[in-house]
Design a protein around this ligand. Structure first.
Ligand SMILES: *Cc1c(COP(=O)(O)O)cnc(C)c1O
Length: 350
């Protein structure tokens, strides 16, 4: 007999996007990975780390990566923490700010993993819905949740909140506002200025999407030094291995390559959106590397299956607020052309 903590026994656990074994035979547009390889400088930097030096522990402070991030974003490195995927720092934010029975909140639909992490901690979870115009509904004028996670751009829907809205929300909260900017590199505006001007705003980023490094597990957070110091107490002291630190530093350094990949994805996103609309799909204008699109008959399951049968993987959520559509990652132009062809074959369903 094992006796688990009750919240662990009762929780369902998070289900990540499907990763097929024969991955090469699919067009894989279901987990918002980048279709382009990491920068050649990243591959070189990792290769240089592979060798005798691996017997030594890595730099516990990830100093070079933080300095590179600091130069890029205009912050002193004391405002930056590196993470083993942004999921790690989201988890540690909950551990730092929300004790057992205390409340955390996020928008539904957005990234439901916040809820899973909170359940592990034994924190209470509250979600707020969205109006038709994508305005959060029902957030109290003064709200004392310990943490509020705002995914901006929203995933899976792709819209953004204005910086005015985000600043106003931060002002209404007695706890921390975490702006999860996993997709912000594909958008036009960031909340980094709010981190400087307001004392309860944290921004998190990931290297998984815009830097093509989902397989390396790299993320970071930018916040006031007091917050970073608290997060440093909580994390594994060697949270980034040597390869990851080298990869992060090189990826942030090679901005020309990064900007070129991001520009290609934005261009393909615009093309794909227009093509979907031509065949009668409803598409939410997206600021991420994905679009949320619904077929004319609003039967997401039917189209998911049709694409799956043609070896194209997209993300379908069974949630009542999302099941009418699909979240489709923006791949290469060729992958998206083949997706459009497949959708034409599958038909409008009415
Ligand atoms: C992908 C994603 C993350 C996780 O990023 P990792 O760095 O891969 O852990 C966090 N938040 C959102 C909204 C994401 O889509």
């Amino acid at each position: 007999m094992i006796t688990l903590r009750q919240n662990i026994a009762e929780m369902a656990g998070y289900v990540p996007g499907f990763q097929p074994e024969d991955i090469a035979s699919y067009i894989k547009l279901n987990t918002n990975e980048n279709p382009y390889p990491p920068s050649p400088q990243v591959i070189d930097a990792i290769a240089r780390e592979v060798g005798e030096g691996l017997r030594r522990y890595p730099d516990a402070a990830s100093r070079l990566a933080r300095e590179e991030a600091g130069r890029l974003y205009g912050f002193d490195p004391s405002w930056i923490i590196m993470a083993n995927g942004s999921d790690e720092v989201l988890n540690n934010l909950i551990r730092a700010f929300a004790g057992e029975g205390e409340e955390i909140a996020y928008i539904h639909p957005s990234y439901s993993y916040y809820g899973t992490l909170a359940e592990v901690q034994g924190a209470k979870v509250r979600t707020f819905g969205l109006t038709e115009a994508f305005e959060p509904e029902g957030i109290p004028e003064r709200y004392d949740a310990k943490l509020f996670f705002l995914t901006n751009p929203n995933a899976p829907l792709g819209f953004t909140y204005s910086q005015n809205y985000i600043a106003d929300l931060a002002g209404r909260l007695s706890g921390m506002l975490v702006v999860d900017e996993a997709y912000v590199d594909f958008a036009e505006e960031t909340s980094l200025e709010l981190v400087r001007s307001l004392d309860n705003v944290v921004v998190t980023r990931t290297f998984s999407k815009s830097y093509s490094l989902a397989g390396m597990r790299l993320g970071l957070a930018i916040a006031r030094p007091e917050v970073i110091a608290a997060l440093n107490k909580i994390r594994d002291h060697y949270n980034l291995d040597r390869l990851a630190q080298a990869a992060a530093t090189a990826a942030l350094h090679d901005q020309p390559y990064f900007l070129e990949c991001v520009a290609k994805i934005k261009e393909t996103r615009a093309w794909f959106t227009a093509e979907l609309e031509k065949i009668g799909y409803h598409v939410i204008p997206s600021s991420g590397n994905y679009v949320f699109a619904s077929p004319p008959d609003r039967d997401g399951t039917r189209v998911y299956q049709g694409l799956y049968d043609r070896k194209i993987l997209v993300r379908h959520f069974t949630d009542p607020k999302l099941r009418h559509g699909l979240r489709i990652t923006i791949g290469t132009k060729e992958e998206m052309e083949r997706t459009i062809q497949a959708l034409i074959e599958i038909g409008p369903g009415r």
